[in-house]
Design a protein around this ligand. Sequence first.
Ligand SMILES: [Zn+2]
Length: 74
Amino acid sequence: MRKHNKIICNQCKKELKFEKGYLKEGCFSVDYAFGYFSQKDGARQRFDLCEECYDKMVAQFQIPVEVVRDKELL
Ligand SMILES: [Zn+2]
């Protein structure tokens, strides 16, 4: 959740660390517009997760997250 230059993890309510205006830890930010044919009919959904809560979420996946290093994208 983003409010007044703060990011708070939606899952655990931890406030993420900022220093001099820069985010100093991992944050998984979602801002997703579900399409017309979804059950949500175009509504945007937004949330932020701290890295720990992100790890807990993806640990539940049946297929592990694919990891691609930035340099492999070049
Ligand atoms: Zn969290």
